[in-house]
Write a protein that binds this ligand. Structure first.
Ligand code: FE2
Ligand code: FE2
Length: 483
């Protein structure tokens, strides 16, 4: 069944009307969700008509329809990718057995933990991005922000559906707790570190959607082949939406890089390191963009957990969480005797160590993630080169600025040298954004609300949303939101 029922309070393709208990539980949760959205979701603009896409089917093509919607009236719903008849567990100890339609008792705690952690990231990012609407560099960007926000809200719905349907009373309690934790709140923070960081400006937003949403994608990809079929189907559809979030990030940073490089060329600035000259012209210098990459990339790597991990091995053996692209990997999908190279620090030196592949599941996912990120940085560097500058942005070494895993006890420079703690204290200010850098970026965050206009620190996008022309009014600013 791929059609979505929109005649009910909660749009869905899971035949919600035939499950009275679940329907009641979700209808009880809905007002609490709306309350959360209104208190810590996007600040302002709730009365504005925003040109948003809404999922109307889960077919690969034509799944979304675009139209003007006020955000609180967005049709958040429950959408699962179609069921594949006869699907078998693709990896782990149960490989070849039929997938589970109910939670297997022995893996209940593991599954609940994975779903809660994934679920917690979704509202967290909405909270982190709460104040960005006010400083949007264009209506196009404002619309993209709100699109990301409503879809992260829907991803929360997706996880809450699984908790409410399959986990009984403690699932309902977890669903409520997901609305109670708050990003950055010292007393009841979100579960993972990167989701308690601030997203105070638009460059941070673009970095977050490039790097941190992409961690989300990797996690969802490894759940998309889960032996627990409802989880696999839920995450598959979430991935359809996730693509846009990462596009917003990658093209957002590219547009910032483009504008900075154009201005340097126009103003005759030949040295991109001449920060003061660049900043005089109201754009973000490339070295500061590099520092932002260093920060967002390194805090996101921590989200993958320890490279060598028993939890990850257990989840793989259980058939609950696989690897990125599991079906395409050419091995036995059980990893009885396989090894995998993991970068470690042994006696003060960086070394590749062959570990049992089963314990290196996270290390492998991290490698897959890093290679995707490397390609993105290459695409940004192309933009710089097109403007005639010899300057390359780079991903920092995976050991740089880490709090979790193999490198958490060590100090590693962006280029991968092991350094002392005192060197780190001295030099890390050159590698990570300073308060002054943040203040400078914030000083540029002046809203631009005329259709087709863009703030001077960012280039226009190459194409509009849904084929709309450059001067399309993506957000109709309500009188109550004007200032
Ligand atoms: Fe999400
Ligand atoms: Fe996302």
């Amino acid at each position: 069944m791929s059609a979505v029922d929109y005649d009910t309070l909660i749009p869905n393709n899971v035949d919600l009307s035939s499950d009275a208990r679940l329907k009641r539980a979700l209808e009880k949760w809905y007002p609490q969700y709306l309350d959360w959205w209104k208190t810590v979701g996007p600040e302002g603009f709730q009365d504005c008509e925003v040109y948003l896409r809404t999922a109307v089917s889960v077919d690969r093509d034509g799944w979304a329809k675009f139209g003007f919607v006020k955000m609180p009236q967005y049709r958040w719903g429950i959408l699962l990718a179609p069921r594949e008849e006869g699907r078998k567990i693709a990896f782990g100890l149960h490989k070849g057995e039929a997938v589970w339609q109910e939670v297997p008792g022995e893996y209940r705690a593991m599954l609940r933990r994975l779903i809660v952690i994934q679920g917690d990231t979704e509202p967290a990012s909405v909270e982190q991005q709460r104040y960005l609407g006010a400083t949007a560099p264009s209506l196009y960007d404002m619309r993209n922000l709100f699109q990301v926000n409503v879809e992260e809200g829907r991803h929360l719905w997706a996880m809450v559906y699984l908790l409410q349907k399959y986990f009984g009373r403690d699932g309902r309690e977890e669903a409520e707790a997901l609305l109670k934790r708050r990003s950055g709140d010292p007393d009841r923070p979100r579960i993972l570190g990167a989701f308690n960081e601030r997203t105070p400006d638009w460059l941070s937003f673009f970095m977050f959607t490039t790097f941190t949403d992409r961690d989300g994608k990797m996690q969802l990809e490894s759940l998309a082949n889960s032996g627990f079929d409802p989880l696999a189907r839920t995450t598959r559809f979430m991935l359809t939406e996730e693509g846009h979030h990462m596009l917003v990030g990658r093209t957002g940073v590219a547009r910032v890089v483009q504008r900075s490089s154009e201005v340097m060329r126009e103003q005759g600035i030949t040295d991109p390191h001449d920060i003061d000259s660049v900043r005089q012209h109201g754009v973000i210098d490339l070295p500061t963009i590099q520092k932002k990459i260093n920060f967002h990339f390194s805090v996101t790597l921590d989200l993958f957990g320890a490279e060598v991990s028993t939890n990850a091995a257990n989840a793989f053996n259980a058939g609950i969480k696989g690897r990125f692209g599991e079906p395409r990997i050419n091995d036995d999908h059980q990893l009885h005797d396989d090894t995998y190279p993991v970068e470690q620090i042994i006696e003060g030196e960086l070394k590749q160590v062959n570990m049992p592949a089963i314990s290196a599941i996270n290390a492998r996912l991290l490698d897959d993630y890093i290679s995707e990120c490397a390609n993105i940085v290459i695409s940004w560097n192309r933009v710089i080169a097109e403007q005639g500058f010899d300057y390359e942005l780079q991903l920092p070494h995976r050991g740089f600025n880490r709090q979790v895993g193999e490198f958490s006890e060590h100090f590693v420079s962006p280029t991968g040298e092991l350094i002392t703690e005192s060197d780190w204290v001295q030099m890390s200010t050159d590698w990570l954004p300073s308060v002054a850098d943040g203040d400078y970026i914030l000083s540029l965050m002046k809203p631009e609300r005329r259709a087709g206009h863009f703030a001077p620190w960012i280039a226009p996008p190459k194409a509009g949303i849904d084929g709309k022309p450059g001067d399309f009014e993506y957000v109709r600013i309500a009188a109550s939101s004007r200032n």
